[in-house]
Design a protein around this ligand. Structure first.
Ligand SMILES: [Cu+2]
Length: 157
C-alpha cells in the first residue's frame, strides 16, 4: 500500500493528537481523583418511598459518626428541598430517582452523579467552608429541567 507523504503526515498528526488528548483526560482524572459514582445497590423505582433508606429523606448521622443525606430526585426537584449539612464533616449523598434520569451536581465541588431510576448512587464529600452551594440537575429530564435545582447550606458545627 502506498501512502502519500501528506497522508503519512496527517496520520501521524491525528494519532499524536489522539494520544495527547487521552493522556490529558487520563492524567487530569487521576490527579483530580475522579471516580465512577455509585455502588451496586438497586431499588424498585415504583416503591422508592416505601424502601429504606428512602422512606425517610434528609440528613442523618450514621453510626460511624459521619453524615448521610438521603435524597430522591423527581421531575423537577429534589426531596428534601433544602439540605443543611455541617462543615468539616464527611457527608455521603445517597440518591435515587422516582421517574427519569436526573443528576445531582454540587457546583464548585467534585460531587456530580447521575441519578438513575432503579439505582442508588453515593458520593461522599467534606465541605471545608460554610456557605451555600448550588445543586443542579445536568441531565435533560423534561420541560422543567431548567428549574431543577436546590441548595446545600453548609453550617458551622
Ligand atoms: Cu432533572
Amino acid at each position: 500500500m502506498h501512502l502519500h507523504k501528506f497522508e503519512k503526515i496527517w496520520l501521524v498528526f491525528g494519532i499524536a493528537a489522539l494520544v495527547l488528548f487521552l493522556s490529558v483526560v487520563g492524567v487530569s482524572a487521576f490527579h483530580q481523583g475522579h471516580t465512577p459514582s455509585g455502588g451496586h445497590m438497586r431499588v424498585d423505582p415504583e416503591k422508592v418511598r416505601e424502601t429504606a433508606p428512602f422512606n425517610q429523606t434528609g440528613l442523618r448521622q450514621k453510626e460511624d459518626g459521619t453524615y448521610e443525606v438521603v435524597m430522591i430526585a423527581q421531575a423537577f426537584g429534589y426531596d428534601p428541598g433544602k439540605i443543611q449539612v455541617p462543615a468539616g464533616e464527611q457527608v455521603t449523598f445517597t440518591a435515587t430517582s422516582e421517574d427519569v434520569v436526573h443528576s445531582f451536581s454540587i457546583v464548585g465541588t467534585n460531587v456530580n452523579m447521575m441519578v438513575v431510576p432503579g439505582q442508588v448512587n453515593h458520593k461522599a464529600h467534606t465541605f471545608d467552608e460554610p456557605g451555600t452551594y448550588l445543586v443542579v440537575c445536568n441531565e435533560y429530564c423534561g420541560s422543567g429541567h431548567h428549574f431543577m435545582s436546590t441548595e446545600v447550606e453548609v453550617v458551622e458545627k
